[in-house]
Write a protein that binds this ligand. Structure first.
Ligand SMILES: NC(=O)c1ccc[n+]([C@@H]2O[C@H](COP(=O)([O-])OP(=O)(O)OC[C@H]3O[C@@H](n4cnc5c(N)ncnc54)[C@H](O)[C@@H]3O)[C@@H](O)[C@H]2O)c1
Length: 392
């Protein structure tokens, strides 16, 4: 249930409106009736992908400018019972592997064919683990509508020779379409059972598109705020997973709440500094949205990165993250360990390692170069960062 503080006014509904700025005719039938309605496809069907489809599917029937159906691309797999995951989702209306026990909405249609799933959509929601996105984008080049708008719910980044590439940039550049982002303090299983939470949409310049995304995702228990800062929002969502790994080490070593709070504070400080060094356009206020401090808190208290890092530290670093991930997450993917490696690559490439002792130490622990206990020893170093708090 939503708390009783101020309701956030949603942008005007489109129920009386049949055309939106980005809607273009996509079907012309024999009676010359033009289909101006937007079609949504969710690319990804893991834990969060399934919840995203559920949220959207609860809204499309109420919005006249959208087709009710929400297509969801499923990376096909055969379940232990021998049935295909897609068939089970379409028969039971449940993603029995990644979101068991939750009905997605009868208007969610699972589709194992990626190209078929996206071909008619003008609103594309990307929500897969970030390591699969490069391959997915390659497969989609030339296959999406020219007028499509995208939004990425993906936390992570790619590191290329030229430097770091945010996933929204990868999508925009590879597919030639605009891409917004949605991040926040959003542990999927809690939103699935409709517990109140907030999220942030980061957009580049088209406010009306951000409002479309807000309408598509918002429910009384999921309150979404638009912010004109794609990089800031996306970097928050990406970097907080590294902080969560550090918090997990602290939990696994039984260091207590003060230490964990210190790790969260230092982590947030490094997130702000790293984001601003990469993109001078990043706004300080973004870190106070749901995607910032709120997501750091929830991920350090309850997320899967924290949980597996806790187990890693309890085992004295003797069992690898890959082994623990396979054992503890049943097919779900960790993002923090790969993001720590990607951040480390950026830091060493740019000569910034000393400026970010927490980020650097998390990676060194993950790869076994330092013991888990190094998390406090290294974080205690005073980073030389007067530029952290420049607010220009
Ligand atoms: N789960 C959460 O609480 C949560 C919350 C916010 C954001 N996110 C972010 O959402 C994104 C997706 O996470 P999720 O929780 O939906 O996924 P998940 O970790 O639950 O599931 C993994 C998904 O990857 C798919 N997959 C496996 N191999 C693949 C391949 N080779 N190619 C393509 N797909 C493959 C699986 O079918 C499955 O759908 C991540 O970036 C994550 O950080 C997750």
């Amino acid at each position: 249930m939503a708390p009783a503080f101020e309701p956030v006014p949603l942008p005007k509904d489109t129920e009386t409106q049949t055309e939106t700025p980005h809607d273009t005719p996509d079907t012309v039938n024999n009676d010359a009736q033009v289909d101006y309605k937007s079609r949504v496809t969710v690319v990804g069907s893991g834990n969060w992908g399934s919840v995203a489809a559920k949220l959207i599917a609860s809204n499309t029937p109420k919005l006249n400018s959208f087709h009710e159906e929400v297509r969801m691309w499923v990376f096909e797999e055969t379940l232990q019972c021998g049935e295909k995951l897609t068939d089970v989702i379409n028969r039971t209306n449940e993603n029995v592997k990644y979101l068991p026990g939750i009905k997605l909405g009868k208007n969610v249609i699972a589709d194992p064919d990626l190209e078929n799933a996206v071909k008619d959509a003008n609103m594309l929601v990307f929500v897969t683990p970030h390591q699969f996105m490069e391959g997915i984008c390659k497969r989609l080049v030339g296959k999406v509508r020219g007028d499509a708008e995208a939004i990425s719910l993906i936390k992570g980044m790619e590191v290329k020779m030229e430097g770091p590439c945010m996933i929204s940039t990868l999508i925009s550049e590879q597919l030639g379409i605009n891409c917004s982002v949605l991040m926040g303090a959003n542990i999927a299983n809690e939103i699935a059972v409709e517990k109140f939470s907030e999220a942030t949409v980061g957009y580049r310049d088209k406010r009306e598109i951000a409002e479309q995304w807000v309408r598509l995702f918002s429910t009384p228990y999921f309150v979404v705020t638009p912010v004109q800062d794609v990089e800031g929002v996306e970097l928050c969502g990406t970097l907080k997973n590294v902080v969560a790994i550090a918090a997990g080490f602290v939990d696994g070593l039984d260091m207590g709440n003060n230490t964990k709070a210190a790790i969260m504070r230092i982590g947030l400080r490094e997130m702000i500094a790293f984001s601003k060094l990469l993109f001078s356009s990043v706004r300080d206020s973004t870190f106070f949205e749901s995607c910032g401090v709120a997501d750091v808190i929830t991920t350090c208290l309850g997320g899967r990165n924290r949980k597996v890092a806790d187990a890693f530290a309890k085992n004295g670093g003797k069992r690898s993250f890959d082994e623990l991930e396979a054992e503890m997450l049943q097919g779900q993917k960790l993002q923090g360990v790969s993001t720590a490696r990607e951040v480390y690559e950026v830091l060493s490439h740019r000569g910034w390692l000393e400026l970010f002792p927490l980020f650097a130490t998390v990676h060194e622990i993950c790869v076994g170069r330092l013991p888990p206990s190094a998390i406090v020893e290294h974080s205690e170093q005073k980073p030389k960062l007067p530029l952290f708090y420049s607010t220009s």
